[in-house]
Design a protein around this ligand. Structure first.
Ligand SMILES: Cc1cc2nc3c(=O)[nH]c(=O)nc-3n(C[C@H](O)[C@H](O)[C@H](O)COP(=O)(O)OP(=O)(O)OC[C@H]3O[C@@H](n4cnc5c(N)ncnc54)[C@H](O)[C@@H]3O)c2cc1C
Length: 307
């Protein structure tokens, strides 16, 4: 670990981490982004709700533009999986480890996002269906695109019910399918589905084929064909590195932060989906900008003039 101590090491190069990188590089700080290359934004075939792109933008293209912007101002980006985060109580410095590398940093931003749980189906079929909008994960983002279409939601608990009811605001043809066995719903959820006229189908559910403009789901009650299917099976939040240094988690199992993106550990910040499950690029970017500005101002308390 002979390299000079960084002002900030950002773990995660999605919209949150890259926005922070752009800001921090433009604050003339010495930073490094370490990213394992699995941003959820890379799955977006074309985002139509991201402001400033009236004709939509492909997720990979958006990420590339952000990387180019960060690098233009001096940010360095490394493709690695961070496996260990430690903090020295005496110096307050962090040690960040990946593969065969390790760097010391005054501050660390956790922008590691979440991973959606996928429905049981062939992986190639899943990826092809996702690229074609036959599988979708974000009704806030793309519910508009299924207006008046035939939609299936794979999910069993109140999360699945909430997603089905949200989608009912876009189309009257919504079916809730249990991923395994039968739907076990509370009386309240059953009443909500009845009022919304949402059909229910028992599982196990498996998406088996992507046709020209539809997707076929095999269920305990036979084949069902939909224009789009939304898996509502929850997600896994990547809080492990924050937990290694003792950061407090929120009630929702995300990294807990104050209104300036500071975690409970001094010098450790968090932004994006890892902090709140709103799952929006704009929100992740906003938190990245707030975190970066707080990091800059907190560092300036120790060293007021950074140049
Ligand atoms: C199919 C789909 C469509 C979507 N459509 C839209 C849309 O139209 N509009 C919209 O606003 N939002 C959309 N979203 C949501 C949006 O993609 C996310 O909200 C956004 O990407 C969150 O940004 P983030 O930076 O917090 O996390 P991410 O973009 O997920 O980035 C996290 C990064 O951290 C990295 N990472 C994790 N752990 C480590 C580690 N240990 N070491 C190094 N790197 C690590 C990952 O590889 C990843 O690159 C969509 C999501 C999906 C899945």
């Amino acid at each position: 670990m002979d390299d000079p101590t960084l002002d900030c090491l950002i773990i995660g190069g999605g919209p949150a981490g890259l926005t922070a990188a752009i800001y921090l590089a433009r604050f003339h700080l010495d930073i490094l982004v370490v990213d394992s290359g699995k941003s959820r934004a890379a799955w977006i075939p074309c985002s139509h709700n991201h402001a400033g792109f009236p004709d939509g933008i492909n997720g990979k293209e958006l990420l590339q533009r952000m990387r180019d912007q960060a690098c233009k101002y001096g940010a360095k980006i490394k493709t690695e999986v961070v496996t260990k985060l430690e903090r020295d109580e005496d110096s307050g410095l962090f040690a960040v480890t990946w593969g065969s590398g390790c760097r010391q940093a005054r501050t660390v931003l956790i922008a590691t996002g979440v991973t959606n749980r996928r429905p049981p189906m062939d992986e190639d079929l899943h990826d092809e269906a996702l690229a074609r909008g036959l599988i979708r994960y974000c009704p806030i983002c793309d519910g508009f695109e299924v207006t008046d279409k035939k939609v299936g939601v794979i999910g069993s608990d109140s999360h699945g019910v909430a997603e089905a009811i949200f989608l009912r605001g876009f189309t009257s043809d919504v079916t809730l399918i249990a991923p395994h066995g039968s739907l076990e719903l509370t009386a309240e959820d059953q009443a909500k589905l009845k009022i919304a006229n949402i059909q229910c189908v028992d599982g196990p559910a498996e998406a088996v084929a992507a046709l020209d403009e539809s997707i076929v789901v095999d269920t305990a009650e036979g084949h069902h064909t939909f224009d789009s299917v939304y898996p509502a099976l929850g997600s896994d939040t990547h809080t492990q590195l924050a937990e290694m240094v003792g950061a407090r988690l929120s009630g929702e199992g995300c990294v807990g932060v104050d209104s300036h993106q500071r975690t409970s550990v001094q010098g450790l910040f968090a932004a994006g989906d890892v902090v709140i499950g709103l799952d929006q690029i704009s929100h992740a970017m906003g938190e990245g900008g707030v975190a970066a500005t707080t990091i800059r101002n907190d560092l300036a308390k120790e060293k007021p003039f950074l140049r």
